[in-house]
Design a protein around this ligand. Structure first.
Ligand code: NAI
Ligand code: MG
Length: 360
């Protein structure tokens, strides 16, 4: 497998380094064919080379089978970068150009981390669901968009929430295929009551599920209700599928019940066999360079890579188990440590996962 690594900014390089160590372990001990190329990307690259992403890197991105990405951005530095350059080197461009329409975010509450969850253990224990967020259409891409000045001089910001039947159908299909490998249940989330694209979403979701996936159970849910249910009864969910905007909000809500952003992995996949893997968190400038970031979001993203791109579900499960064991054994980075618990560094967590792998 040809893997392009883009560590990016802030804690990005710190956490991707640990994910890479783990992938190299699978290459060494489990026969994973791994060919790694690493490239600069983001503000670090801007400071050194005057571009967020050189054309050569872009060519590699377009040709890559799998990309392991860290994070990009720091709020204070963003202002000095011309907007044209920001567009050229943006994650949005990458998602759109590669047509990575299916953003997968597994949310699994481990017993060892029940303490870190803001939810009561009796509500949260065992929660295990996946949010599939449509990533290449909807509010973040629809046209017309822009800020216009009205005749009376006031300015108006415009975005368009737009979905075609095809864009909806492929997201629903992806979710249903995912559900087949899990508990067979899909919750399709929209605002069919007040949005045109939402009503179409619901109609197409119903049709696709009924005609193509009779073995999968589909329920519809309004987005506002879904936000409440994630906090009140997260165990009711198996696969949640929703549009770009609601998916952004609901996956953050889903992430919040785990207690730390640092734990959350993601994969963004297209239908051409390409995928981008990244921890959900950003560059975390407040803790960057200190070696304290939690690498598990990146490491669990590597597990998704083993499952989706390398087609090695057993290795993926093995890695997830090693992470569980490391946590069960009490290994904690600062973000998930309870008062008094012993805290390890970013690489210390990597060590613990590798140690558990070696015991499996
Ligand atoms: P953030 O995710 O970087 O940080 C939010 C909070 O979570 C911070 O307190 C941070 O210390 C903590 N945190 C994040 N990752 C952690 C980890 N691995 N271990 C322990 N704690 C962790 O989000 P924020 O602060 O809103 O944004 C910072 C920068 O990151 C901005 O420039 C933003 O644009 C960018 N960003 C980039 C993303 C990406 O590359 N996909 C996603 C989100 C934000
Ligand atoms: Mg977000």
């Amino acid at each position: 497998m040809k893997l392009l690594v883009l560590p990016g900014d802030g804690v990005g390089p710190e956490v991707t380094a640990q994910a890479l160590r783990v992938l190299h372990w699978f290459a060494e001990h489990r026969g994973l064919a791994l060919e790694v190329t690493e490239r600069g990307f983001g503000l670090v690259n801007w400071q050194r080379h005057g571009t967020l992403m050189p054309d050569e890197t872009w060519d590699r991105i377009e040709a890559a089978e799998a990309i392991l990405f860290g994070a990009i951005g720091s709020l204070d530095q963003q202002a000095v970068i011309p907007s044209e350059e920001r567009r050229k080197g943006s994650l949005l461009r990458m998602r759109k150009a590669l047509d990575l329409y299916a953003n997968i975010r597994p949310i699994r509450l481990l017993d060892a981390l029940l303490e870190a969850s803001p939810l009561k253990p009796r509500v949260a224990k065992g929660a295990d669901f996946v949010i599939l967020r449509e990533l290449t259409a909807g509010m973040y891409f629809g046209t017309p968009r822009g800020v216009e000045t009205l005749p009376d001089g006031t300015r108006r910001g415009v975005n368009t929430h737009s979905y075609t039947e095809g864009e909806i159908a492929r997201a629903i299909r992806f979710a249903c295929r995912l559900a087949r490998e899990r508990r067979g249940h899909v919750t399709s989330v929209d605002k069919a009551n007040v949005m045109e694209a939402g009503a179409l979403w619901r109609e197409v979701a119903g049709r696709v599920a009924r005609e193509e996936f009779p073995d999968v159970t589909l329920e519809h849910m309004l987005a506002d209700n879904c936000a409440i249910q994630i906090a009140r009864d997260p165990r009711r969910f198996d696969v949640i599928v929703t549009d770009n905007l609601f998916g952004d909000l609901l996956s953050d809500a889903g992430g919040a019940i785990l207690g730390s952003l640092g734990m959350l992995p993601s994969a963004s996949v297209n239908d051409r066999g390409q995928a981008l893997y990244e921890p959900v968190h950003g560059s975390a400038p407040d803790i960057a360079g200190k070696g304290v970031a939690n690498p598990l979001g990146a490491i669990l993203s590597a597990a998704l890579l083993l499952r989706w791109t390398a087609k090695r579900p057993e290795d993926a499960a093995m890695l997830e188990l090693a992470v569980d064991r490391a946590l069960d054994g009490g290994t904690r980075t600062a973000d998930i440590a309870a008062p008094g618990e012993r805290v390890v560094s970013t690489s210390g967590m990597g060590d613990a996962v590798l140690h558990e792998l070696s015991l499996l």
